[in-house]
Design a protein around this ligand. Structure first.
Ligand code: NAI
Length: 397
């Protein structure tokens, strides 16, 4: 067990990670440059713990124990004893590098230094350290105390001890760990791209409106939220930037191409729930939206039928399966970790590779080939792994 934990940044993620570590019995030093952020984190934790008491999940003693485990600090020196520090500050490489270089002057030579980054390469962060072999990505999902998944991402510089200690400790925090290669989007933010991208494309082709596509994914696939509801929930600005970052990071691979629709919605300030309007109007659910051809959240049945919904769902599903299979092909993670990542990180109803087995590998290959034949775009190329498995009549599990 690692006893002393340092957390840098007391915002959304840092405060959540501090709660998780303190609950697991660690002594946590939570550092932020802004005292107000620390006050806010402290007040938010008090509220969360009181709610957990009301629900009967913890008692007053447990609340007291968790609270006493967290020390709110405004000096980086206070993290000197930390055997593992997780950084969760602004997503800016230069700022992170500066903080890491200073941190390294305070902590011991063997202390692990981790980043919660979602989009920067761990290798570039590690390169700022004198001892890069102790650097690793430890990527939580929001909200950290509720989401089961943590992606652990060793950089090319990371040594085995750092990886093993990190995996053991995060597992002890009752999280499901998926070890991912240091590549853009790690597992979840890569494999999930078609859920949004293919849905947007189906809409842009005029096949169906937002509500119809959402409905297809929920009724046919058992997804808790449809792609447009989810993008509205995440924020179109945030989701668009992740897509654009992954697209450029993959040297403009057309599989990750961002959508003009989402770009325009972001530019228009239709960011989703947080602005009251996105693909849906949250202030006036019956409003007409000419661009989206959307009347409220009603499913437009005019050109839709059970078969139509099934086709929409299957097109998005096979693109997701193809992405998951390709992640395995490129050794981004193990099959089990890829499936765990999607069920525990973004609540998919089933692991995508298990889903591929269920649908049949030959079905997946034929569905991809049909899309490729129709569009003749690289976007729809079938993963070599799926094709190989089809030829050898193999399954993932
Ligand atoms: P946030 O904006 O809520 O919090 C950042 C905190 O860092 C603020 O309290 C700020 O005062 C503090 N800060 C900024 N510069 C600092 C410095 N030099 N030293 C110490 N503290 C500093 O940000 P959020 O959303 O918590 O994200 C933090 C990191 O986690 C980013 O790298 C982000 O990409 C990553 N992440 C965010 C997720 C999310 O859903 N918000 C999910 C997974 C990862």
């Amino acid at each position: 067990m690692i006893k002393n934990i340092g957390i840098i940044g007391a915002g959304t993620m840092g405060s959540g990670i501090a709660q998780v570590a303190a609950t697991a019995g660690c002594k946590v030093s939570l550092f932020d440059v802004h005292e107000k952020a620390l006050d806010k984190a402290k007040a938010a934790l008090e509220k969360i713990l009181n709610r957990l008491i009301e629900k009967g999940r913890i008692d007053a003693d447990e609340k007291d124990r968790i609270e006493k485990n967290i020390h709110y600090v405004t000096k980086l020196e206070a993290l000197a004893d930390a055997q593992l520090t997780i950084e969760a500050i602004v997503e800016n490489l230069e700022v992170k590098k500066k903080v890491f270089q200073e941190l390294e002057t305070h902590v011991s030579d063997t202390a692990i230094i981790a980043s919660n980054t979602s989009s920067l390469s761990i290798a570039s962060i590690a390169a700022s350290l004198k001892r890069p072999e102790r650097c690793i990505g430890i990527h939580f999902f929001n909200p950290a105390p509720l989401m089961k998944l943590v992606e652990v991402v060793p950089a090319v510089q990371t040594n085995t001890t750092t990886l093993e200690l990190s995996v053991a400790e995060i597992t002890r925090w009752k999280k499901v760990v998926a070890v991912a290669k240091d590549t853009p989007g790690f597992i979840v933010n890569r494999v999930a791209r078609p859920f949004y991208g293919e849905a947007l494309r189906i809409y842009e082709e005029g096949v169906a409106n937002f509500a119809t596509i959402d409905d297809a994914m929920k009724t046919q696939g058992g997804f808790r939220m449809g792609p447009f509801e989810l993008m509205d929930f995440i924020g179109n600005d945030v989701n668009y930037v992740v897509t654009e970052t992954v697209f450029h990071a993959f040297y403009e691979d057309p599989r990750y191409k961002p959508s003009f629709t989402q770009q325009r919605y972001s530019q228009a300030g239709y960011l989703g729930r947080k602005t009251g309007k996105g693909y849906y109007d949250y202030t006036n659910p019956k409003a007409d939206n000419a661009f989206g051809n959307l009347k409220g959240a009603e499913v437009v049945m005019a050109n839709t039928s059970e078969y139509h919904a099934e086709k929409i769902f299957e097109r998005i599903l096979v693109m997701l399966i193809n992405e998951a299979a390709d992640a395995l092909f490129w050794n981004i993670a193990s099959a089990q970790d890829i499936d765990n990542a999607m069920t525990k990180g973004v609540n998919y109803p089933k692991g995508l590779l298990a889903w591929a087995d269920q649908k049949g590998i030959s079905w997946c290959v034929h569905a991809m080939d049909r899309l490729y034949d129709e569009y003749r775009e690289d976007r729809y190329r079938c993963s070599p792994l799926l094709r190989r498995m089809h030829q050898k009549k193999q399954t993932f599990y």
